[in-house]
Design a protein around this ligand. Structure first.
Ligand SMILES: Nc1ncnc2c1ncn2[C@@H]1O[C@H](COP(=O)(O)OP(=O)(O)OP(=O)(O)O)[C@@H](O)[C@H]1O
Length: 929
């Protein structure tokens, strides 16, 4: 269980500590895990309360030693007192070891066999053994003096120093509550001891006058002489009545069995006697007036009232003269600050412990008692005895100020089961008692919940739901502090009630005190006293002034600060808040700046990393592409060299064939007239006889005409071939120019340039070969022409036939050469296309240039499934397109867009109409002969 401690002046600290919780307590606490200070405990309505008479300007010196005005609120003290078993109870076998004190602060409860708890434990609902932890546990053998020393003495001391303290007893009926508070016989309880101790301490410091009287919540009212006389008469009548009652009783207890009554035969002497005999001198009273404020006199006023069936009755009110006359009940009111007080409550000024004693005894006679089945003299009401101490300053401040501190002792009625009451009135009492005790429990639980759940909205503490909690509210809300004595009856017969009472008390152990008024005063005084504390907020003049004015101030109560001091303190606090706000803003600005600079650093480093990674990737890609290009170059080189070799071989074969043809076309020198040097020789033909020659001459003329026509036709074809060759040449020249232009445009550095250079070299070689082919063709044409001429001159039929067959062969060869040339041209064109594609692929494989100049390559486009180039946006023309606009603009599909060059036409005609249309072959020509 985490408990929070509060910092000075009610500010909640973030520190938390771990406090073990025993299982029974934990079960009761439910799921509450984070205690926190309640709002009500911190902001006490009682803080504003002070004497109606203005406070002195300077607070008097106060003894700090032993004061419990620590800045850090402590937990509420919860003591347990286990009473001894009476003789009768032992005889009834009530002693079953169900209550065991393990050590000073741990109590063990073991369910006796007939208890409800044991039955529940047997059913597995609860445990049969419960362990509780308290501030201190007092066993049956504990003496009243010992109890007083450990519980009440410090409270008396605090009250003398100006604090408000409450002690209340809680427990089942017949557990020893009244015994603890009032005592019995020669064992006076905590209250008489507290009274005796107080008056011992105030010896010689009592205020002689009676003109200052407590009023309302914690105000002081100045009485006029007439009122003073009335107060004196009231006190005297009360004391006289007590004396006469005691005289009638003969010093024996008749209506009540308080220990005080046992001392009452001669109250003056017996109190003195009891102080010596019964009341062992405590360390507090031994110290005399030490620790009391200098220059202060004290006036002690007491009140005594009870809460019976939710009505408040003044126990010090003069008893009704007639038995028929009902007691008047008191009203609860709130002062201007909303602090509840009992209106018209009788306050009696007492000048000694014995007077207080007698007043208490007189009031006790009026208290509601009844005999219950458990306690023959059971308190049927909650009785509240209050002692108010007026701190009256003397000397220069005489009459100016009075500060009130208060000690309240509350003897709660015992809780018990209503069903045990057979009497209707008793049942009603029990109901009311239990209701008010239940409300007290709810208040404590709510306070604890608020303390434990700082982050949640605070629960409303139901102080107003019962009279008891309303009158005690101030002690739970920071106006003072409370201690609780839980009385335990170890009888097995009341085990279940005892267990419930202990569970209730266990919740109270988790409560924290609100900051005391003292700690607030200390904080304010520190603001006024310590220049360092206020240095940042106050200007130097102000500080010096403060130093001079407040240097002598000591710790005191807030009501002792005058308005001016409080205003100054408020001013200091305001400036402090302003300074803190400024510091916070500066800090926030620094933090923001730091965050921004760190973020920028992160961004810069990310940018650098990204750039480095991009650079590395670029290098990697470059290496990869260079390797690819090198491989491509190698492959192209190999491919083109093979191609060129094949071409050379073909050309060589063609040349050889041409030479053979030329050799074969040479006419025989003996039979044929010598051709002119420009004409190719005709093949030699054998000479025939004269008739045959004539017949042949007639037929030969016809054939000559026919062959001439054939020759014309061949010549026309040759002319066409020549024209086509010229067009091819022109196209080649234009392609060469295009290539050169592309080379210039490309201007690709490094390996790409080498590649294109290599391709260009290959192209040039191809062109060279073409030129050679063209020369060969020209020679062939020349031979053909010479053959033709030879044909025209030769009249001899045989020679003509030979010449024709020779021409026929020549034509066949020429046809072959032409087709080979065309094939070569196609190959060259294919090479050119491949080269273009390679170049395009090369360009596509290059990393795209940055910015808007980036263009997608056909390859990449194809990879993305967008092969249709028409879909390309106009600004995304491929790199290869940009290099070869004319070529790439040529549509691949559709005859209308196809080039109309001769070579293209030839290629087209051959591609479109396989098998190609046969040129007029010599075979058909030859077939005619
Ligand atoms: N510590 C103790 N030593 C000796 N006797 C005790 C002690 N505590 C209680 N007793 C006795 O037990 C009886 C009941 O005590 P008391 O009347 O104080 O109980 P109570 O809790 O006040 O009861 P109720 O709530 O009914 O008023 C009394 O006779 C009382 O003398």
């Amino acid at each position: 269980m985490a408990l929070y401690l509060a910092s000075p002046c009610g500010l909640v600290s973030d520190e938390e500590g771990e406090t073990p919780v025993f299982e029974s307590t934990a079960a009761e606490l439910g799921n509450v895990t984070r205690p926190r200070l309640p709002e009500l405990s911190i902001i006490s309505p009682g803080l504003e309360t002070k004497a109606s008479i203005s406070a002195p300007k300077t607070a008097p010196a106060v003894e700090r030693q032993g004061s419990r005005d620590d800045a850090i609120p402590e937990k509420v003290k919860v003591y347990v007192r286990v009473r001894p078993l009476s003789k009768e109870e032992k005889e009834r076998a009530e002693e079953q070891g169900c209550v065991t004190i393990q050590n000073e602060d741990t109590l063990l409860l073991k369910a006796p066999k007939d208890s409800q708890a044991m039955k529940s434990a047997e059913r597995g609902i609860t445990q049969s053994i419960h362990k509780f932890s308290f501030s201190k546990i007092f066993g049956p053998e504990t003496k009243q003096q010992e109890l007083f020393e450990d519980t009440m003495k410090h409270m008396v001391k605090d009250v003398l120093l100006g604090e408000n303290r409450l002690l209340y007893t809680y427990g089942v009926t017949n557990s020893g509550k009244t015994y603890t508070i009032q005592g019995k016989g020669r064992e006076p309880g905590l209250l008489p001891r507290a009274l005796a101790s107080t008056f011992k301490k105030l010896q010689g410091r009592l205020y002689a006058g009676m003109d200052l009287k407590p009023a309302m919540y914690q105000d002081v009212r100045r009485l006029d002489p007439r009122e003073v006389r009335a107060e004196e008469q009231l006190r005297d009548s009360l004391l006289q009545e007590d004396q006469s009652m005691n005289s009638r009783r003969g010093g024996t207890s008749t209506t009540w069995d308080s220990g005080i009554a046992g001392l009452s035969t001669s109250i003056n002497t017996q109190l003195e006697d009891s102080d010596n005999m019964c009341l062992d001198p405590d360390s507090l009273s031994q110290s005399g007036g030490e620790g009391l404020e200098d220059g202060v006199q004290y006036s002690v006023w007491v009140s005594y009232y009870e809460i019976y069936n939710e009505f408040l009755y003044d126990l010090l009110e003069a008893a009704p003269t007639s038995m028929l006359k009902k007691r008047s009940n008191l009203k609860l009111s709130d002062d201007r600050q909303g602090n509840p007080y009992v209106k018209d409550l009788t306050w009696i000024q007492v000048r000694s412990a014995e007077e207080a004693w007698r007043v208490l005894r007189a009031g006790h006679r009026n208290q509601s008692f009844a005999s219950t089945h458990l306690n023959e003299n059971s308190s049927r009401s909650h009785s509240i005895f209050s002692m108010r101490l007026l701190h009256i300053h003397q000397g220069a401040e005489a009459g100016k100020a009075a500060h009130i501190s208060e000690l309240t002792v509350c003897d709660l009625a015992g809780s018990e089961r209503c069903k045990d009451q057979r009497n209707g009135e008793r049942m009603k009492e029990a109901n009311n008692i239990n209701t008010s005790l239940h409300t007290l429990g709810r208040c404590i639980a709510a306070l604890r919940h608020n303390q434990n759940n700082r982050s949640r909205p605070p629960q409303v503490v139901p102080f107003r739901e019962s009279k008891l909690t309303r009158v005690l509210q101030g002690y739970f809300s920071g106006r003072g502090s409370s201690s609780m004595v839980v009385n335990i009856n170890p009888c097995a017969g009341v085990y279940d009630e005892t267990l419930q009472a202990l569970k209730f008390s266990a919740i109270a152990t988790q409560l924290l005190h609100g900051p005391s008024t003292k700690s607030r005063v200390a904080y304010i005084l520190s603001l006024l006293n310590e220049p360092a504390a206020a240095a940042a907020a106050l200007d130097s003049t102000y500080e010096e002034e403060e130093d001079e004015e407040e240097s002598d101030e000591e710790e005191g109560d807030m009501t002792m600060l005058n308005t001016e001091s409080l205003l100054r303190a408020i001013e200091v606090l305001k400036r402090g808040v302003f300074r803190l706000r400024q510091e916070k803003e500066t800090l926030e600005a620094d933090v923001r700046e730091q965050v921004v600079s760190e973020t920028m650093e992160v961004f810069t480093s990310m940018q650098n990393d990204f750039s480095a990674s991009m650079e590395a990737q670029r290098n990697l890609m470059e290496e990869k592409y260079e390797t690819n290009i090198a491989n491509l170059q190698k492959n192209l080189k190999r491919y083109y060299s093979q191609e060129l070799d094949e071409r050379d071989q073909e050309i060589a074969a063609l040349t050889a064939a041409l030479e053979r043809k030329e050799d074969a076309a040479q006419p025989a020198p003996s039979t044929l007239p010598l051709p002119s040097s420009s004409e190719p020789p005709l093949p030699r033909t054998p000479v025939a006889g004269p008739r045959r020659s004539a017949r042949q001459a007639a037929g030969g003329a016809a054939q000559q005409d026919h062959s001439r026509a054939e020759l014309d036709h061949s010549r026309a074809e040759l002319d066409q071939c020549r024209a086509e060759l010229d067009q091819c040449r022109a196209e080649l020249a234009s392609r060469t120019q295009e290539l050169r232009r592309a080379e210039v445009q490309m201007a690709v550095p490094g390996p790409t340039r080498a590649l294109t250079g290599s391709a260009d070299r290959k192209l040039e070689e191809g062109q060279r070969n073409l030129r050679q082919l063209r020369l060969s063709l020209q020679r062939l044409v020349g031979n053909l022409q010479s053959g033709e001429r030879a044909c025209c001159r030769n009249t001899d039929g045989e020679r003509l036939r030979q010449g024709l067959s020779s021409a026929d062969e020549t034509l066949v060869r020429q046809d072959q050469i032409l087709s080979e040339l065309q094939n070569g041209l196609r190959l060259i064109k294919a090479d050119l296309r491949r080269k273009d594609e390679s170049l395009a692929a090369l360009q596509a494989s290059r990393p795209p240039p940055s910015g808007s100049a980036y263009m997608t390559t056909p390859t990449s486009c194809k990879k993305r499934g967008c092969g249709n180039t028409e879909n390309h946006p106009p600004e995304k023309r491929t790199f290869f397109n940009s290099l070869f606009p004319a070529r790439m603009a040529t549509p691949k599909y559709g005859a209308a867009a196809q080039p109309n060059t001769p070579s293209a036409r030839i290629l087209r005609s051959r591609q479109q109409s396989p098998p190609p249309s046969p040129a007029p072959t010599p075979r058909s020509f030859r077939g005619k002969y």
